[in-house]
Write a protein that binds this ligand. Structure first.
Ligand code: CP
Ligand code: NVA
Length: 300
């Protein structure tokens, strides 16, 4: 593993190896054990979009591993004024040991890795969100013991989360069902891959996707950068919601996950959110552990 640009680049074994290390780091942290394995290492964190979890968990993660993290907002970087990513990559490679980037185009992340000479981590693009899904997989395995025979159901927009969850689920052997309205499907190439490599269902029928699911997942109807489409999306996604009646279709012990931030009353009701808050906030905590594992794998 040289970079974390998208989950598709990782083998099943690499994913499991990150999850195992994440479990170990979580256990050690709970027991007050610290190791400065990244002493002297510097991570640059480029943010072209807002963030609470990704920013804080990467920054705290680097600190806990003995390293240092620099927050680089595009409001301050020359990249925000049009300096090419290929130049930014070559400059930052001379100062830093790794770059985490949150941006719009996946190509920008791929270019950063191509032109730079240090590991690049994708902290979310319009296309995918691999760090989030590593934490999600960690949470599912913690709660369910293994991935074997599990069904994951995603309700809502075929966005960055849906793309990464689909890949993560299929690679770890879960079946994956998505309910989304016409015109909001996930990436076509990823769906074709999922159909060929595992059990994959896409439907407009929310109940069909959720039937007997072990894991129910949803995300906002309008992602960052789609603020102007909000009203149209609210109409298109009406009914694509995790609520009490949908929960009755899933397995009785189904867990509910959400990458956050959540919009209660839109993709999830306040009742279901609060009933599953334990899982959802553990999932958020696991961002820290999963990313520390990624940092160890890439920067050590
Ligand atoms: N889930 C997630 O990536 O959260 P932030 O946008 O707060 O980083
Ligand atoms: N789909 C959401 C995920 C946020 C973590 C977005 O891109 O805004």
């Amino acid at each position: 593993m040289k970079h974390l640009l998208k989950l598709m680049d990782l083998t099943r074994e690499e994913i499991l190896s990150v999850l195992n290390l994440a479990d170990q780091l979580k256990f050690e942290r709970k027991n007050g054990k610290r190791s400065d394995v990244l002493a002297g290492k510097k991570l640059g964190m480029i943010f072209q979009k807002s963030s609470t979890r990704t920013r804080v968990s990467f920054e705290v993660g680097m600190y806990e591993l003995g390293g240092y993290a620099l927050f680089l907002s595009n409001r301050d970087l020359q990249i925000g004024r049009g300096e090419p990513v290929e130049d930014t990559a070559r400059v930052l490679s001379r100062y830093l040991d790794g770059i985490m980037i949150r941006t719009f185009a996946q190509q920008e992340v791929e270019d950063l890795a191509r032109y730079g000479s240090i590991p690049v981590i994708n902290g979310l693009t319009d296309y995918c969100h691999p760090c989030q899904v590593l934490a999600d997989l960690m949470t599912i395995r913690e709660r369910k013991g293994s991935f074997k025979g599990l069904k994951m159901c995603f309700v809502g927009d075929g966005n960055n989360m849906a793309n990464s969850l689909m890949v993560g689920a299929i690679k770890t052997g879960m079946s994956f069902a998505i309910a989304c309205p016409k015109g909001f499907e996930p990436d076509a190439a990823l769906m074709a891959w999922a159909k060929e490599n595992g059990s994959f269902l896409i439907t407009e029928d929310v109940a069909e996707a959720a039937r007997d699911a072990d894991v129910l997942y949803t995300d906002v109807w309008a992602s960052m950068g789609q603020e102007e489409e909000r009203a149209a999306r609210s109409r298109a996604f009406a009914g694509y919601q995790i609520n009490e009646s949908l929960m009755r279709v899933a397995k009785p012990d189904a867990i509910v996950l959400h990458c956050l931030p959540a919009h209660r009353g839109e993709e999830i009701t306040a009742d279901v959110f609060e009933a599953h808050a334990d899982e959802i906030f553990e999932e958020a905590e696991n961002r820290l552990h999963a990313q520390k594992a990624v940092l160890c794998k890439l920067l050590k």
